[in-house]
Design a protein around this ligand. Structure first.
Ligand code: AGP
Length: 613
């Protein structure tokens, strides 16, 4: 997803912008651009079409104005208009004095464009964004200052945006506004910055702030002024930057790529998410959960909403919520929930799950739930994320920054966080006594060591990956909690290897997909739980000549079960097994993708944080 940085009062502004863009690269992008205020003019460079990386842009930037202290930069993930230099941001107005970058989608861009063209504005791109720069241009021509002009222009706009502008006529100002798309500001001694996320800002300032929806910021060297869309002054929301979220944390720490680094950080992510969850009496406590206990006791249904890997974590949670809290639990793809008529009310607990806390589909599903009066809780990895600010309650995964587009450590952390939520519901509803809750917490505490053990078996996975070279079709099968593990294994493989991979509940194979199973097809089967039933389903695949890989717990009898066996440590409670059984599937996807020479951190067509529908 697009990344934005704006700076003012900064010597070597271009270098700071380039460094910020590099730190934002993980969000995914297909073109990039920068603009600097150079005295009374603007200097701009953009790159796309094969010369799209920030490093390419650095190479092609050429001689930049030496003394510039104000500028903006952008990495673009194309939505409206292809990834061409003309569509890359920043966009300029008709005077060439104003430059603008944008993340999000302007829904009414077509209707805004017609009258603008009628008034003589010349459009040079196919983007939805360009209307913004011409709208601001008109407000400037009417006499407004830069931030005021942006505020007025945004009043005409429908959609989701974070937008940043600079003008050659106000060389010490960066103006920025947002709605539904994250934007942070930072102020230091004589400097001011804005960016799409904290990674681009850490270490550059002393004070950090999150802009809220429909706020406009005027950033000057050393100062920040924020107003709402009506022009009324507002106190910006201060953000406490976790010391762990520094530049160092965003480096690869000796690993070849972020994905393998993050896979190996999983024991820590799981352990940290479980940290400090017991009160003095041994009861489970989730400090940040904010929703009153009585409200949670009154809940009669839980609906989990999420996308992708977060959705799979939610599917695992369904089994825990139903078993432990004895509550009906539904798991919904976030982009589907908001467009039907979901039956949600004040006794429905709606739980959003999101690594980024910014995924627009999940954010809007949660907003829909709040409008229905349902209490909302978000499981988020990012403390200052929009969902974390808007939901009634929060449960933080403590996985640290996840850079690789393919989610790994956050997925595991989400599963254990949701297990904690299921347990706390069980505790308050009285469906589990203190001893049973305590015993389950003990089992959860043993997971980091088991994940470490599973990671120690990566060589077995490498050997299987070597044996599978050339295969292009994969089925991942599982039952019960093994089913979401199968879905996650298939998603990981698809994302980074670009191989065809489908996840299925194993019992469903014979109802259709078995027709596709033949020699050359690989079936990856997660044996736990319901081992006996899984054995029958595996036999169905073996009989059709598939190459079968079985993920089996230590001690399980695997005689005659398949061509390859990936052993995992046994987990005491099968409900918790996904935290361990998904590990070899992550490693397998990684190993196969590396053998194909793919960029595992930045798979094609995908973005880390998806802030469009
Ligand atoms: C996971 O590997 C994917 N990149 C993707 O499915 C992701 O889980 C999904 O986009 C949801 O993101 P979120 O957790 O940040 O909301």
């Amino acid at each position: 997803m697009c990344g934005i940085i704006g700076v003012t009062g900064t010597d070597g502004a271009l270098d700071v912008i380039f460094e910020g863009l590099r730190r934002l690269e993980y969000r995914g992008y297909d073109s990039a651009g920068v603009a600097l205020v150079d005295g009374a003019t603007l200097w701009r460079r953009r790159a796309a079409d094969g010369t799209h990386s920030v490093d390419d842009l650095v190479q092609t930037a050429g001689a930049a104005p030496g003394g510039a202290t104000t500028g903006i930069g952008h990495t673009r993930w194309a939505t409206h208009g292809g990834p061409t230099p003309e569509n890359a941001h920043p966009h300029l107005d008709c005077t060439g004095q104003l430059a603008l970058v944008h993340n999000g989608i302007i829904e009414n861009h077509a209707e805004l464009r017609v009258p603008l063209e009628g008034r003589g504005h010349v459009f040079r791109s196919q983007t939805d964004t360009e209307v913004l720069v011409h709208l601001v241009e008109e407000e400037l021509a009417a006499g407004a200052g830069l931030a005021e002009a942006l505020r007025r222009a945004l009043g005409a706009v429908r959609g989701a945006f974070s937008v940043v502008v600079v003008s050659a006529n106000e060389p010490d100002v960066v103006a920025a506004g947002r709605r539904s798309v994250p934007l942070l500001a930072a102020v230091g001694e004589g400097t001011g910055l804005v960016a799409s996320d904290i990674s681009a800002l850490v270490g550059r300032a002393e004070r950090y702030f999150a802009l809220e929806d429909d706020q406009v910021a005027e950033v000057r060297p050393g100062s920040l002024r924020v107003v709402d869309l009506a022009g009324g002054p507002v106190e910006p929301t201060a953000v406490v930057v976790d010391p762990a979220w520094d530049v160092e944390a965003a480096q690869k720490a000796g690993f070849d790529d972020f994905m393998t680094k993050e896979i190996h950080e999983q024991p820590r992510a799981v352990a940290d998410t479980l940290l400090d969850r017991r009160g003095p009496d041994g009861a489970l406590v989730i400090d940040e959960l904010r929703v009153p206990v009585d409200d949670l006791r009154a809940v009669d249904k839980v609906v989990v909403v999420a996308c992708g890997s977060s959705y799979h974590a939610g599917m695992v949670a369904k089994y825990a919520i139903e078993r432990w809290a004895r509550l009906p639990a539904e798991v919904e793809i976030a982009s589907e929930l908001r467009y039907r008529d979901p039956v949600l009310h004040e006794r429905t607990l709606v739980v959003g799950v999101s690594q980024s806390g910014e995924t627009l589909d999940t954010l809007e599903a949660l907003r829909e739930a709040r409008r229905s009066g349902a209490p909302t809780v978000i499981v988020s990895n990012v403390v200052h994320a929009t969902m974390a600010r808007e939901a009634d309650g929060v449960l933080y995964t403590r996985a640290g920054p996840e850079v690789s587009v393919a989610s790994t450590k956050c997925h595991l952390a989400q599963i254990v966080a949701l297990d904690l939520l299921a347990l706390v519901l069980a505790q308050w509803r009285g469906t589990m006594g203190p001893a049973a809750v305590g015993a389950e917490l003990d089992r959860l505490q043993r997971l980091p060591a088991l994940v470490e053990d599973a990671l120690g078996r990566a060589k077995d996975v490498d050997a299987v990956a070597d044996a599978l070279a050339g295969a292009r079709d994969y089925f991942f099968l599982g039952r019960h909690v093994g089913f979401p593990v199968a879905l996650e294994g298939a998603l990981k493989l698809k994302e980074i290897s670009y191989l065809r991979a489908e996840g299925y509940p194993a019992g469903e194979l014979k109802h259709g997909p078995l027709a596709l199973v033949e020699p050359g097809v690989v079936v990856v089967a997660v044996l736990e739980p319901l081992q006996d039933k899984m054995r029958s389903n595996i036999a169905e695949a073996v009989a059709r000549g598939a190459t079968v890989v079985v993920v089996a717990p230590d001690g399980a009898d695997v005689a005659g079960l398949g061509d390859h066996v990936l052993r995992v440590p046994r987990v005491d409670d099968p409900i918790l097994a996904p935290v361990v059984t998904v590990v070899p599937l992550q490693l397998l996807a990684y190993a196969l993708a590396r053998r194909l020479g793919n960029d595992v951190d930045r798979p094609r067509n995908l973005a880390k944080t998806v802030t469009v529908e």
